[in-house]
Write a protein that binds this ligand. Sequence first.
Ligand code: KG4
Length: 340
Amino acid sequence: MEQNKDILILGIESSCDETAASVVKNGREILSDIIASQADFHEQYGGVVPELASRMHVDAIYPCIDSALKEAGVTLEQIDGIAVTYGPGLVGALLVGLSAAKGLCASTGKPLIGVNHLHGHICANYLCFPELEPEFLCLCVSGGNTQIVHVKSYTELEILGKTRDDAAGEAIDKIARVIGLGYPGGPKMDKAGQGGDTGAYEFAGSHMKDTLDFSFSGIKTNALNIINQAKQKGETIDIKDFTASYQHHIANILVNNTVKASEQTGIKTICLAGGVSANSFLRKAFDEASVSHDLKLYYPNLRLCTDNAAMIASAGYFEYLKGRRDELSLNASPSLKLGR
Ligand code: KG4
């Protein structure tokens, strides 16, 4: 994919509790990457409070955009297109980024490019690995989604398998809260399980045969039962071993279906994407599977696994090249699906 002139895309992200803006050159080179996280603020509530998140986005959005342009050393005039997450996510939060992007497009005449947040997560891999090109399989694991995606081209995506109930991130966050690790649960559980015995506790299988779909609600209930039964008997669970076993179990389920998808499609290049792909148990399980199944494995660096705007600018670049231009009437789409 080559063109004569460098293309600069301003990316804007505000789907949950991170306000972010970034300038990316030609879809691959990060010129700036500004993130204002609200995670510390929401910790006191044990999770993201949507209305408060929206208000904090309002305060942070223009300073983030200004900083992103300044750090990249470019003016708005030099930007070729403005890419913004329009779903999935919290509707109020999405509307803040989207309104800012639309305002900038209206005042400058720059094209507006709506980006699916999950497409952005996949594109985080292009920012980390210059040599990576479609096609490949991508396991997208975030707080609200768990999907195996066939990335056929930079903009053509097909879902091969998805969770039928909870996302893997939800299953981890919920149990982290119940055992008192607090919010955000994913990174805290990851830390709590370091050095733990991954075979100390046993969890139910996911009982999903002949499909690449996932189910995590039964496993989560199983974990809750183990915790409650221990409480009733006046026993305590060993947090280090319990969290290590639980994360190892979830990681194996994610690996098994991804390997199955690779065998079914014959595609040997696998990428990970989304916040849960930062999980060390998941990375270790995939590292092992890549050796035993001869897979070429990619996962983004930790900063680009979680929400950021560079990945949105990258996805926006590929959509821009494909000719996507959105009207200023583009609305937030909280339940937006991939592969639309
Ligand atoms: O992709 P992301 O930043 O936001 C969504 O688009 O959902 O993902 C957030 C999820 C949360 O569930 C968070 O707990 C999880 O990613 N997460 C982790 C880790 N870091 C973030 N989960 C497990 N281990 C981690 N190290």
